[in-house]
Design a protein. Structure first.
Length: 125
């Protein structure tokens, strides 16, 4: 189980893909991160994104992926707050995205064991 919290709203999700300790191929994991999330959170600009994972996930390590791309190195914490990060910032003259697919990916180094997906909507768009 993984949980994403924005402000006072929390959503938890079961794994989209899970291998019960065996490695998932990176290509398969990338496909899993692009699967449609069941839960959506509306995120105002500048709001802190908080992620909580079960201790078993933290023991192996987990990272944050956005739109199928890994954006941080694996952490070994059950809780992490991404403060002051504007997830919906404009990129080189492009408009700010209206939504992002965020995945919590259980991984130890390059070995991936599970993927939990959430959809974030830009509350300011």
């Amino acid at each position: 189980m993984a949980t994403v919290t924005v402000g006072k709203t929390s959503k938890s999700a079961e794994a989209e893909c899970y291998s019960d300790g065996k490695a998932i191929a990176r290509a398969e994991a990338t496909k899993c991160t692009q699967a449609k999330a069941e839960d959506t959170l509306r995120v105002p600009q500048g709001e802190t994104l908080r992620i909580g994972v079960d201790p078993e996930i933290a023991d192996e390590g987990w990272s944050l992926w956005i739109n199928g791309q890994q954006v941080i190195s694996p952490l070994k914490k059950t809780y992490y707050a991404f403060q002051g990060v504007d997830l919906f910032a404009e990129q080189q003259g492009q408009q700010a995205p209206k939504e992002l697919n965020v995945s919590v990916v259980q991984q130890s180094g390059e070995d991936i064991q599970g993927v939990w997906n959430f959809k974030l909507e830009n509350d300011d768009a």
